[in-house]
Design a protein around this ligand. Structure first.
Ligand code: HEM
Length: 410
Protein backbone atom coordinates (compact mmCIF):
# COMPACT_ATOMS: atom_id res chain seq x y z
CA UNK A 1 0.00 0.00 0.00
CA UNK A 2 1.59 3.37 -0.97
CA UNK A 3 2.01 6.10 1.65
CA UNK A 4 -0.19 9.07 0.95
CA UNK A 5 -0.26 12.26 2.94
CA UNK A 6 -4.07 12.13 2.84
CA UNK A 7 -4.12 8.75 4.63
CA UNK A 8 -1.43 9.83 7.06
CA UNK A 9 -3.27 12.99 8.00
CA UNK A 10 -6.57 11.08 8.25
CA UNK A 11 -4.81 8.71 10.64
CA UNK A 12 -3.88 11.64 12.87
CA UNK A 13 -7.60 12.04 13.48
CA UNK A 14 -8.31 8.41 14.33
CA UNK A 15 -8.30 7.92 18.07
CA UNK A 16 -7.43 4.27 18.62
CA UNK A 17 -8.65 4.55 22.21
CA UNK A 18 -12.16 5.20 20.91
CA UNK A 19 -14.13 1.93 21.14
CA UNK A 20 -16.35 3.03 18.23
CA UNK A 21 -13.39 2.72 15.84
CA UNK A 22 -13.67 -1.06 16.21
CA UNK A 23 -17.33 -1.30 15.21
CA UNK A 24 -16.20 -0.50 11.66
CA UNK A 25 -14.75 -3.54 9.84
CA UNK A 26 -12.43 -1.06 8.08
CA UNK A 27 -10.30 -0.93 11.24
CA UNK A 28 -8.38 -3.94 9.89
CA UNK A 29 -7.24 -1.81 6.91
CA UNK A 30 -6.19 1.01 9.21
CA UNK A 31 -4.02 -1.38 11.19
CA UNK A 32 -2.54 -2.81 7.98
CA UNK A 33 -1.58 0.72 7.02
CA UNK A 34 -0.02 1.28 10.44
CA UNK A 35 1.97 -1.95 10.18
CA UNK A 36 3.28 -0.94 6.78
CA UNK A 37 3.94 2.75 7.32
CA UNK A 38 3.84 3.69 11.01
CA UNK A 39 4.71 0.57 13.00
CA UNK A 40 5.33 2.65 16.13
CA UNK A 41 2.50 5.14 16.12
CA UNK A 42 1.79 7.96 18.59
CA UNK A 43 -1.87 8.40 19.47
CA UNK A 44 -2.17 11.91 20.89
CA UNK A 45 -4.36 12.77 23.91
CA UNK A 46 -7.98 12.18 22.98
CA UNK A 47 -10.59 10.22 24.91
CA UNK A 48 -7.64 9.31 27.14
CA UNK A 49 -3.97 10.25 27.61
CA UNK A 50 -1.66 9.79 24.62
CA UNK A 51 -0.03 6.41 24.02
CA UNK A 52 2.11 4.51 21.54
CA UNK A 53 0.82 1.63 19.42
CA UNK A 54 2.90 -1.28 18.17
CA UNK A 55 1.18 -3.25 15.44
CA UNK A 56 3.76 -5.57 13.80
CA UNK A 57 4.19 -9.15 14.99
CA UNK A 58 7.89 -8.86 15.90
CA UNK A 59 7.42 -5.61 17.81
CA UNK A 60 4.36 -6.87 19.71
CA UNK A 61 6.29 -10.00 20.67
CA UNK A 62 9.41 -8.08 21.73
CA UNK A 63 7.51 -5.57 23.89
CA UNK A 64 5.39 -8.22 25.55
CA UNK A 65 8.34 -10.49 26.31
CA UNK A 66 10.38 -7.72 27.90
CA UNK A 67 8.61 -7.30 31.22
CA UNK A 68 11.55 -5.34 32.66
CA UNK A 69 11.54 -2.50 30.12
CA UNK A 70 7.77 -2.59 29.63
CA UNK A 71 5.93 -2.82 32.93
CA UNK A 72 2.39 -4.09 33.58
CA UNK A 73 2.18 -2.46 36.99
CA UNK A 74 0.08 0.58 35.99
CA UNK A 75 -2.86 -0.66 34.06
CA UNK A 76 -2.96 -3.32 31.37
CA UNK A 77 -5.57 -2.00 28.94
CA UNK A 78 -6.70 1.28 27.46
CA UNK A 79 -9.78 2.70 29.15
CA UNK A 80 -11.16 5.31 31.48
CA UNK A 81 -9.03 3.98 34.38
CA UNK A 82 -6.03 5.69 32.74
CA UNK A 83 -7.50 9.03 33.87
CA UNK A 84 -8.91 7.94 37.18
CA UNK A 85 -6.41 5.31 38.39
CA UNK A 86 -6.72 1.54 38.24
CA UNK A 87 -7.60 -0.18 41.51
CA UNK A 88 -5.71 -3.29 40.34
CA UNK A 89 -2.42 -1.35 39.94
CA UNK A 90 0.47 -3.09 41.66
CA UNK A 91 -1.90 -5.64 43.21
CA UNK A 92 -3.60 -7.83 40.62
CA UNK A 93 -1.77 -10.64 38.79
CA UNK A 94 -2.11 -8.76 35.51
CA UNK A 95 -0.90 -5.52 37.09
CA UNK A 96 2.34 -6.59 38.80
CA UNK A 97 5.83 -7.45 37.58
CA UNK A 98 8.75 -9.59 38.72
CA UNK A 99 8.79 -11.55 41.96
CA UNK A 100 5.30 -10.51 43.11
CA UNK A 101 3.91 -11.63 39.76
CA UNK A 102 5.56 -15.05 40.13
CA UNK A 103 4.28 -15.34 43.69
CA UNK A 104 0.69 -14.52 42.72
CA UNK A 105 0.76 -16.87 39.74
CA UNK A 106 1.99 -19.73 41.92
CA UNK A 107 -1.07 -19.38 44.15
CA UNK A 108 -3.36 -20.66 41.41
CA UNK A 109 -1.06 -22.22 38.81
CA UNK A 110 -1.86 -25.79 39.84
CA UNK A 111 -5.52 -25.41 38.89
CA UNK A 112 -4.62 -24.36 35.33
CA UNK A 113 -2.05 -26.96 34.24
CA UNK A 114 -3.02 -28.93 31.11
CA UNK A 115 -3.37 -32.06 33.25
CA UNK A 116 -5.72 -30.41 35.79
CA UNK A 117 -7.74 -28.83 32.99
CA UNK A 118 -7.91 -32.16 31.12
CA UNK A 119 -9.93 -33.57 34.02
CA UNK A 120 -12.68 -31.06 33.23
CA UNK A 121 -13.21 -32.44 29.73
CA UNK A 122 -16.40 -34.53 30.37
CA UNK A 123 -17.93 -31.64 32.31
CA UNK A 124 -17.13 -29.02 29.64
CA UNK A 125 -18.40 -31.33 26.89
CA UNK A 126 -21.69 -31.81 28.76
CA UNK A 127 -22.13 -28.02 29.01
CA UNK A 128 -21.51 -27.65 25.26
CA UNK A 129 -23.85 -30.52 24.37
CA UNK A 130 -26.62 -28.95 26.43
CA UNK A 131 -26.09 -25.54 24.76
CA UNK A 132 -26.29 -27.10 21.28
CA UNK A 133 -29.34 -29.22 22.25
CA UNK A 134 -31.17 -26.06 23.23
CA UNK A 135 -30.00 -24.02 20.23
CA UNK A 136 -30.88 -26.70 17.68
CA UNK A 137 -34.30 -27.14 19.20
CA UNK A 138 -34.91 -23.40 18.81
CA UNK A 139 -33.40 -23.27 15.30
CA UNK A 140 -33.09 -19.48 15.27
CA UNK A 141 -30.77 -18.19 17.96
CA UNK A 142 -28.51 -15.37 18.95
CA UNK A 143 -25.25 -17.33 18.96
CA UNK A 144 -23.70 -14.83 21.40
CA UNK A 145 -26.22 -16.22 23.93
CA UNK A 146 -25.85 -19.83 22.78
CA UNK A 147 -22.19 -19.97 23.79
CA UNK A 148 -22.48 -17.64 26.78
CA UNK A 149 -22.59 -20.29 29.48
CA UNK A 150 -19.67 -22.36 28.18
CA UNK A 151 -16.86 -20.23 29.63
CA UNK A 152 -18.74 -19.19 32.73
CA UNK A 153 -19.56 -22.82 33.61
CA UNK A 154 -15.94 -23.84 33.04
CA UNK A 155 -14.33 -21.18 35.19
CA UNK A 156 -17.12 -21.54 37.78
CA UNK A 157 -16.16 -25.20 38.20
CA UNK A 158 -12.59 -24.20 39.06
CA UNK A 159 -13.54 -21.31 41.30
CA UNK A 160 -16.28 -23.20 43.12
CA UNK A 161 -19.23 -21.04 42.06
CA UNK A 162 -22.57 -22.92 42.27
CA UNK A 163 -24.69 -23.38 39.14
CA UNK A 164 -27.56 -21.21 40.36
CA UNK A 165 -25.22 -18.20 40.26
CA UNK A 166 -23.78 -18.66 36.74
CA UNK A 167 -26.28 -16.36 35.07
CA UNK A 168 -25.74 -13.59 37.60
CA UNK A 169 -21.97 -13.77 37.12
CA UNK A 170 -22.37 -13.88 33.37
CA UNK A 171 -24.44 -10.69 33.36
CA UNK A 172 -21.89 -8.97 35.61
CA UNK A 173 -18.86 -9.98 33.52
CA UNK A 174 -20.66 -8.95 30.32
CA UNK A 175 -21.44 -5.55 31.86
CA UNK A 176 -17.88 -5.15 33.18
CA UNK A 177 -16.16 -6.04 29.90
CA UNK A 178 -18.68 -4.49 27.53
CA UNK A 179 -19.05 -1.27 29.47
CA UNK A 180 -17.61 0.80 26.60
CA UNK A 181 -20.60 -0.16 24.45
CA UNK A 182 -23.67 1.97 25.11
CA UNK A 183 -26.04 -0.92 24.38
CA UNK A 184 -24.43 -2.95 27.15
CA UNK A 185 -23.81 -0.23 29.73
CA UNK A 186 -26.03 -0.51 32.78
CA UNK A 187 -25.33 3.10 33.89
CA UNK A 188 -25.04 6.34 31.90
CA UNK A 189 -21.23 6.22 31.79
CA UNK A 190 -18.85 3.40 30.86
CA UNK A 191 -16.86 4.00 34.04
CA UNK A 192 -19.92 3.86 36.32
CA UNK A 193 -21.24 0.80 34.52
CA UNK A 194 -17.97 -1.11 34.88
CA UNK A 195 -17.55 -0.01 38.51
CA UNK A 196 -21.06 -1.22 39.40
CA UNK A 197 -20.44 -4.64 37.84
CA UNK A 198 -17.00 -5.01 39.47
CA UNK A 199 -18.36 -3.98 42.88
CA UNK A 200 -21.00 -6.70 42.69
CA UNK A 201 -18.45 -9.31 41.63
CA UNK A 202 -16.18 -8.36 44.53
CA UNK A 203 -19.03 -8.55 47.03
CA UNK A 204 -20.12 -11.88 45.60
CA UNK A 205 -16.59 -13.19 46.14
CA UNK A 206 -16.53 -11.88 49.70
CA UNK A 207 -19.67 -13.90 50.51
CA UNK A 208 -18.26 -17.02 48.87
CA UNK A 209 -14.99 -16.66 50.81
CA UNK A 210 -16.97 -16.40 54.07
CA UNK A 211 -18.64 -19.71 53.18
CA UNK A 212 -15.29 -21.35 52.41
CA UNK A 213 -13.78 -20.18 55.70
CA UNK A 214 -16.45 -22.24 57.43
CA UNK A 215 -16.35 -25.17 55.01
CA UNK A 216 -13.20 -25.39 52.83
CA UNK A 217 -13.39 -27.24 49.51
CA UNK A 218 -11.04 -28.22 46.73
CA UNK A 219 -11.50 -25.04 44.70
CA UNK A 220 -9.74 -21.77 43.90
CA UNK A 221 -11.83 -19.67 46.28
CA UNK A 222 -10.67 -21.92 49.15
CA UNK A 223 -7.07 -21.36 47.94
CA UNK A 224 -7.63 -17.60 48.01
CA UNK A 225 -8.88 -17.91 51.59
CA UNK A 226 -5.83 -19.99 52.53
CA UNK A 227 -3.54 -17.37 50.95
CA UNK A 228 -5.02 -14.77 53.30
CA UNK A 229 -4.32 -16.99 56.30
CA UNK A 230 -0.65 -17.30 55.26
CA UNK A 231 -0.37 -13.55 54.61
CA UNK A 232 0.16 -13.79 50.84
CA UNK A 233 -3.02 -11.90 50.00
CA UNK A 234 -5.18 -9.36 51.76
CA UNK A 235 -8.91 -9.99 51.58
CA UNK A 236 -9.19 -7.25 48.98
CA UNK A 237 -6.39 -8.76 46.87
CA UNK A 238 -8.22 -12.10 46.97
CA UNK A 239 -11.43 -10.44 45.78
CA UNK A 240 -9.58 -8.75 42.91
CA UNK A 241 -8.03 -12.11 41.97
CA UNK A 242 -11.50 -13.68 41.77
CA UNK A 243 -12.73 -10.79 39.63
CA UNK A 244 -9.76 -11.20 37.27
CA UNK A 245 -10.23 -14.96 36.87
CA UNK A 246 -13.91 -14.59 36.09
CA UNK A 247 -13.38 -11.77 33.64
CA UNK A 248 -10.26 -13.19 32.01
CA UNK A 249 -11.96 -16.51 31.43
CA UNK A 250 -15.29 -15.34 30.18
CA UNK A 251 -15.79 -12.82 27.42
CA UNK A 252 -12.57 -13.81 25.63
CA UNK A 253 -13.54 -17.45 25.16
CA UNK A 254 -17.17 -16.61 24.43
CA UNK A 255 -16.22 -14.28 21.60
CA UNK A 256 -13.64 -16.77 20.40
CA UNK A 257 -16.48 -19.25 19.85
CA UNK A 258 -18.74 -16.64 18.24
CA UNK A 259 -15.90 -15.54 15.95
CA UNK A 260 -15.27 -19.19 15.05
CA UNK A 261 -18.84 -19.68 13.83
CA UNK A 262 -18.62 -16.48 11.79
CA UNK A 263 -15.35 -17.60 10.24
CA UNK A 264 -16.87 -20.95 9.29
CA UNK A 265 -19.89 -19.21 7.77
CA UNK A 266 -17.52 -17.09 5.71
CA UNK A 267 -15.35 -20.10 4.78
CA UNK A 268 -17.77 -23.07 4.43
CA UNK A 269 -15.02 -25.10 2.72
CA UNK A 270 -13.04 -24.93 5.99
CA UNK A 271 -16.09 -26.09 7.95
CA UNK A 272 -16.47 -29.08 5.60
CA UNK A 273 -12.76 -29.79 5.81
CA UNK A 274 -12.80 -29.91 9.61
CA UNK A 275 -16.01 -31.92 9.68
CA UNK A 276 -14.37 -34.54 7.45
CA UNK A 277 -11.01 -34.56 9.23
CA UNK A 278 -11.07 -34.09 12.99
CA UNK A 279 -7.31 -34.55 13.22
CA UNK A 280 -7.37 -30.87 12.24
CA UNK A 281 -9.09 -29.89 15.50
CA UNK A 282 -5.88 -28.70 17.21
CA UNK A 283 -4.63 -26.56 14.30
CA UNK A 284 -8.20 -25.32 13.86
CA UNK A 285 -8.28 -24.03 17.46
CA UNK A 286 -4.93 -22.30 16.88
CA UNK A 287 -6.26 -20.76 13.68
CA UNK A 288 -9.48 -19.59 15.36
CA UNK A 289 -7.43 -17.88 18.06
CA UNK A 290 -5.16 -16.24 15.47
CA UNK A 291 -7.92 -15.22 13.09
CA UNK A 292 -10.44 -14.01 15.71
CA UNK A 293 -7.94 -12.68 18.29
CA UNK A 294 -10.60 -12.19 20.98
CA UNK A 295 -8.25 -9.99 23.03
CA UNK A 296 -7.40 -6.95 20.91
CA UNK A 297 -4.59 -5.41 22.87
CA UNK A 298 -2.76 -5.14 26.19
CA UNK A 299 -0.98 -2.11 27.58
CA UNK A 300 2.48 -1.66 29.06
CA UNK A 301 4.39 1.34 30.47
CA UNK A 302 7.98 2.04 29.38
CA UNK A 303 10.38 2.02 32.34
CA UNK A 304 13.13 3.77 30.33
CA UNK A 305 13.52 5.55 27.00
CA UNK A 306 13.41 3.03 24.12
CA UNK A 307 14.15 3.57 20.40
CA UNK A 308 11.95 1.64 17.97
CA UNK A 309 11.72 2.21 14.23
CA UNK A 310 13.25 5.67 14.64
CA UNK A 311 10.74 6.78 17.29
CA UNK A 312 11.57 7.35 20.96
CA UNK A 313 9.20 5.86 23.48
CA UNK A 314 9.93 7.87 26.61
CA UNK A 315 10.07 6.45 30.12
CA UNK A 316 6.59 6.67 31.66
CA UNK A 317 4.72 6.49 28.34
CA UNK A 318 2.18 3.76 27.64
CA UNK A 319 2.44 1.30 24.76
CA UNK A 320 -0.56 -0.59 23.36
CA UNK A 321 0.40 -4.01 21.99
CA UNK A 322 -2.22 -4.79 19.36
CA UNK A 323 -2.32 -8.63 19.22
CA UNK A 324 -5.05 -8.78 16.67
CA UNK A 325 -2.90 -6.72 14.32
CA UNK A 326 0.21 -8.84 14.99
CA UNK A 327 -1.88 -11.91 14.16
CA UNK A 328 -2.77 -10.41 10.76
CA UNK A 329 0.80 -9.37 9.96
CA UNK A 330 1.85 -10.84 6.61
CA UNK A 331 5.49 -10.70 7.77
CA UNK A 332 4.67 -13.49 10.24
CA UNK A 333 1.70 -15.28 8.66
CA UNK A 334 1.48 -15.81 4.90
CA UNK A 335 -1.94 -14.84 3.50
CA UNK A 336 -2.86 -13.53 6.95
CA UNK A 337 -6.50 -12.58 6.36
CA UNK A 338 -7.46 -16.05 5.15
CA UNK A 339 -8.99 -18.51 7.59
CA UNK A 340 -7.26 -21.85 7.07
CA UNK A 341 -7.88 -24.63 9.60
CA UNK A 342 -4.89 -26.56 8.30
CA UNK A 343 -2.46 -23.67 8.70
CA UNK A 344 0.86 -24.89 10.10
CA UNK A 345 2.59 -21.73 11.18
CA UNK A 346 6.26 -21.52 12.02
CA UNK A 347 5.54 -18.77 14.57
CA UNK A 348 3.05 -18.85 17.43
CA UNK A 349 0.06 -16.49 17.31
CA UNK A 350 -0.16 -13.85 20.03
CA UNK A 351 -3.86 -14.21 20.85
CA UNK A 352 -3.03 -15.51 24.33
CA UNK A 353 -0.20 -13.05 24.85
CA UNK A 354 3.43 -13.93 25.37
CA UNK A 355 6.15 -13.52 28.01
CA UNK A 356 5.59 -13.44 31.76
CA UNK A 357 1.87 -12.64 31.55
CA UNK A 358 1.09 -15.36 28.98
CA UNK A 359 -2.53 -16.38 29.47
CA UNK A 360 -2.96 -18.37 32.66
CA UNK A 361 -6.12 -19.92 31.24
CA UNK A 362 -4.55 -21.02 27.93
CA UNK A 363 -5.17 -24.75 28.51
CA UNK A 364 -8.76 -24.09 29.57
CA UNK A 365 -9.48 -21.77 26.63
CA UNK A 366 -7.98 -24.33 24.25
CA UNK A 367 -10.00 -27.20 25.72
CA UNK A 368 -13.23 -25.22 25.55
CA UNK A 369 -12.65 -24.18 21.95
CA UNK A 370 -11.59 -27.66 20.84
CA UNK A 371 -14.71 -29.28 22.32
CA UNK A 372 -16.83 -26.46 20.93
CA UNK A 373 -15.48 -26.96 17.39
CA UNK A 374 -15.88 -30.73 17.66
CA UNK A 375 -19.52 -30.40 18.72
CA UNK A 376 -20.17 -27.71 16.10
CA UNK A 377 -18.93 -30.07 13.38
CA UNK A 378 -20.90 -33.03 14.74
CA UNK A 379 -24.19 -31.28 15.40
CA UNK A 380 -24.54 -28.38 12.98
CA UNK A 381 -24.75 -28.76 9.21
CA UNK A 382 -24.73 -25.07 8.44
CA UNK A 383 -25.80 -21.69 9.72
CA UNK A 384 -27.58 -18.87 7.94
CA UNK A 385 -27.30 -15.26 8.99
CA UNK A 386 -30.65 -13.73 9.94
CA UNK A 387 -29.28 -10.20 10.23
CA UNK A 388 -25.89 -8.54 9.95
CA UNK A 389 -23.96 -9.01 13.22
CA UNK A 390 -23.27 -5.89 15.28
CA UNK A 391 -19.67 -5.53 16.41
CA UNK A 392 -19.03 -4.72 20.07
CA UNK A 393 -17.69 -1.21 20.60
CA UNK A 394 -14.55 -2.16 22.50
CA UNK A 395 -10.82 -1.61 22.31
CA UNK A 396 -10.32 -4.72 24.44
CA UNK A 397 -12.51 -7.49 23.03
CA UNK A 398 -13.01 -8.49 19.38
CA UNK A 399 -16.61 -9.51 19.68
CA UNK A 400 -20.20 -9.07 18.67
CA UNK A 401 -23.27 -7.84 20.50
CA UNK A 402 -25.50 -10.21 18.54
CA UNK A 403 -25.09 -12.93 15.96
CA UNK A 404 -28.58 -13.99 14.94
CA UNK A 405 -28.44 -17.20 12.95
CA UNK A 406 -30.61 -20.08 11.81
CA UNK A 407 -28.86 -23.37 12.65
CA UNK A 408 -29.53 -26.59 10.71
CA UNK A 409 -28.84 -29.92 12.39
CA UNK A 410 -26.28 -32.18 10.80
C1 HEM B 1 -9.85 -17.39 24.01
C2 HEM B 1 -9.75 -17.11 25.27
C3 HEM B 1 -8.69 -16.25 25.90
C4 HEM B 1 -7.93 -15.25 25.36
C5 HEM B 1 -7.95 -14.74 23.94
C6 HEM B 1 -7.07 -14.76 26.41
C7 HEM B 1 -6.10 -13.79 26.23
C8 HEM B 1 -5.18 -13.42 27.18
C9 HEM B 1 -4.08 -12.51 26.96
C10 HEM B 1 -3.77 -11.81 25.65
C11 HEM B 1 -3.39 -12.41 28.12
C12 HEM B 1 -2.13 -11.57 28.37
C13 HEM B 1 -2.43 -10.36 29.21
C14 HEM B 1 -1.23 -9.44 29.36
O1 HEM B 1 -0.18 -9.69 28.76
O2 HEM B 1 -1.36 -8.42 30.06
C15 HEM B 1 -4.07 -13.23 29.08
C16 HEM B 1 -3.71 -13.34 30.39
C17 HEM B 1 -4.51 -13.97 31.32
N1 HEM B 1 -5.59 -14.78 31.08
FE1 HEM B 1 -6.38 -15.22 29.30
N2 HEM B 1 -7.34 -15.42 27.55
C18 HEM B 1 -8.32 -16.36 27.29
C19 HEM B 1 -8.87 -17.26 28.16
C20 HEM B 1 -8.62 -17.26 29.51
C21 HEM B 1 -9.26 -18.14 30.43
C22 HEM B 1 -10.25 -19.25 30.10
C23 HEM B 1 -8.81 -17.79 31.64
C24 HEM B 1 -9.22 -18.47 32.91
C25 HEM B 1 -9.22 -17.95 34.07
C26 HEM B 1 -7.86 -16.69 31.48
C27 HEM B 1 -7.19 -16.03 32.47
C28 HEM B 1 -6.11 -15.19 32.27
C29 HEM B 1 -5.33 -14.60 33.36
C30 HEM B 1 -5.57 -14.78 34.84
C31 HEM B 1 -4.32 -13.85 32.75
C32 HEM B 1 -3.23 -13.03 33.44
C33 HEM B 1 -1.94 -13.81 33.47
C34 HEM B 1 -0.82 -13.01 34.09
O3 HEM B 1 -0.91 -11.78 34.20
O4 HEM B 1 0.17 -13.66 34.48
N3 HEM B 1 -7.77 -16.41 30.16
N4 HEM B 1 -5.14 -13.85 28.48
Amino acid sequence: MPVTTAVTSALDHIDLADPQVFTDPGHHRVFRYLRDHAPVHWNPDGTEPGFWSVTRYDDCLAVQKDGVTFSSAGTNTLGAQRWTGDEGSGRMLTHVDGARHTELRQLVNRAFTPRAIGRLEPYVRAVITESFDEALEQGEVDFVDTVALLPVASIAALLGVPKEDWKLLLSLTTAAFGSADQDIQTSPSARASAAMAHAQLLLYCQDLMDQRRLAPRDDIVTRLVEAQRTGKLTEEDAMLFFDLLLLGGNETTRHGAVGALLAFMEYPDQWRRLREDRTLLDPAVTEVLRHVSPSKHVLRRAERDVEMHGRTIKAGQDVAIWHFSANRDGRAFPDPDTFDVGRRSSVPHLALGSGPHYCLGAALATLELRLFLDELCTRVKDAEMIEQPARLASTVISGFKHLRVRLRSA
